[in-house]
Write a protein of this length. Structure first.
Length: 269
């Protein structure tokens, strides 16, 4: 027995009835799901999935598994987080094996921690299965490392909006602008110009390299290059989901962009 068939004999942890697994699906390409995530897909009674979870990934689950959409996208009608959490609790209380499948990593600017806190408060057992976050994996697919020895020893991960859809009011822009050479921004496309203005006002150079990776890890992935000062000139070309990186690592894409030609065509990644 060789290849994937050998996985059948591995001692995967049991997915017990009445439990919830919070699983990160990765940046988008189905092939980036972890082995534990794939195991959960095979065992779950119900899958509660987000907007950015690929249909190809959902198709890997048995046909009899219930699939429930719970996606949220800015500016579009979305289910309330409280209702999603309540359903997770109700299904688990009823003895079902509940898979909460979230794009990227459930603990990186998602609501995974909030859902886990609610499950803990109701005494419901849960497991957290990390996923490849877009701010690392998505950039890697564009040939952009988040750290490089010659450019930066620190990186900041920043969310571009809060639960209201506005720029987070609690961000200390003066501190953020100078704390690390590289800033990776999630969900920042809508407010990119305003964020750029705040960073420049806080002391960041207008000439700093800015790269935006759209549809990261998917066959239609593309990257837009700009500077912090020219952010306003590229917003019309940005398609979400998009991940933004500010700093010198963006220039490394000239040498490290590996996903070209046939390598970009495989739907699994």
């Amino acid at each position: 027995m060789t290849g994937f068939a050998t996985l059948d004999d591995l001692a995967f942890p049991p997915f017990e009835p009445g439990t919830v697994w919070l699983v990160g699906a990765g940046p988008g390409a189905p092939g980036l799901l972890s082995l534990l995530g794939y195991h959960a897909l095979q065992q779950a009674d119900v899958i509660v999935y987000d907007e950015l979870v690929a249909d190809t990934l959902l198709a890997m689950a048995p046909a009899t598994t219930e699939r429930v959409y719970a996606g949220k996208r800015g500016g579009k009608p979305s289910e309330k987080q409280a209702d999603i959490t309540l359903r997770l609790i109700e299904w688990a209380t009823a003895g079902r094996k509940v898979l909460r499948l979230k794009g990227g990593d459930p603990m990186m600017f998602g609501r995974g921690a909030e859902e886990a806190m609610a499950l803990a408060a109701h005494g419901i057992p849960f497991r957290i299965v990390p996923g490849i976050t877009t701010g690392v994996g998505g950039l890697a697919y564009a040939g952009i490392p988040v750290t490089y020895r010659d450019t930066n020893h620190a990186v900041i991960f920043l969310t571009g909006h809060d639960e209201t859809g506005s720029i987070p009011a609690s961000v200390d822009w003066a501190a953020i602008a100078t704390a690390a050479p590289v800033i990776v921004m999630y969900m920042a496309a809508k407010h990119l110009v305003s964020i750029a203005e705040k960073l420049i006002a806080a002391g960041r150079s207008r000439d700093d390299s800015l790269a935006v990776v759209c549809h990261a890890t998917l066959p239609d992935q593309y990257t837009i290059d700009a500077t912090l000062g020219t952010a306003g000139e590229i917003v019309g070309a940005i398609q979400t989901p998009a991940i933004v990186v500010l700093g010198p690592v963006g220039a490394l894409r000239e040498h490290l962009a590996w996903r070209v030609g046939a390598l970009a065509e495989n739907p699994l990644g």
